[in-house]
Design a binder for this molecule. Structure first.
Ligand code: ATP
Ligand code: MG
Length: 210
């Protein structure tokens, strides 16, 4: 089977993530997408992660409920020490040698990948599907893809998904400031955020509105 891996902090998961999964599934003829919530992300400050890891997993579960080809992997969530992508991808390719893996990421991650621990070890395990987050990134992304392919023998394809100017940061700030997050996350997730009072402490960053 062809498996798309959609890693992220998912704090919270939002429609940008879900659409990436959906478009990767269709455009690359994938069989399943495995959403992979990070444990304690090594490159993100813990202070930003308001709900616990299992609550982030629960938001992913609620978001993908009823979609048979969307799954959640708790691999990184359960074992924080495994939160390096190279380890996870080595684990997946050793455990499931019958599958081909496609690692889905957004442009920001494509440009940061050389800062990831042992990032070279990721390339032999999968094809990377890189999505734009902004149309102005296209030329830079094509250059970065060529550079990574030539330098590290990486296999990277551009993934065309709708460009949504939406991020978990915007959602946390909006929820923290008492604004609605409806339509930015699935209803079930919006309801869960409201019930649990996530992000309430609210930092005084802007809300994404001007
Ligand atoms: P945060 O604002 O907390 O960084 P985020 O919205 O960037 O959250 P992450 O969990 O950091 O979400 O991202 C997981 C993956 O999804 C990354 O590869 C990121 O590039 C990608 N991604 C997130 N939002 C979008 C979007 N709107 N369009 C395309 N890719 C996205
Ligand atoms: Mg991010």
């Amino acid at each position: 089977m062809k498996i798309g891996i959609m890693g992220g902090t998912f704090d919270p998961i939002h429609i940008g993530h879900l659409l990436l999964g959906e478009f990767a599934y269709e455009d690359f003829g994938l069989d399943e997408i495995w959403f992979l919530p990070n444990g304690n992300p090594p490159h993100k400050s813990l202070a930003e992660v308001t709900p616990g890891v299992m609550e982030r997993v629960e938001m992913v579960r609620k978001a993908i409920q009823g979609v048979p080809y969307f799954k959640v992997s708790e691999y990184e969530a359960i074992e924080n020490a495994h939160s390096y992508t190279y380890r996870t991808m080595q684990h997946f390719s050793e455990t499931y040698p019958q599958h081909q893996f496609y690692f889905i990421l957004g442009a920001d991650s494509l440009f940061a990948i050389e800062q990831w621990k042992y990032f070279r070890e990721i390339f032999p395990t999968c094809t990377i599907l890189a999505a734009m987050r902004d149309d102005k990134d296209r030329k830079d992304m094509e250059d970065q893809i060529r550079y990574l392919e030539e330098t590290y023998q990486a296999k990277i394809e551009l993934l065309q998904a709708p460009l949504l100017e939406i991020s978990s940061t915007t959602i946390r700030n909006r929820a923290g400031n008492g604004y609605t997050v409806r339509y930015m996350v699935p209803d079930t997730v919006a309801q869960y955020i409201r019930e649990k009072g996530f992000y309430k402490r609210g930092k005084s960053e802007n809300t994404g509105m001007s």
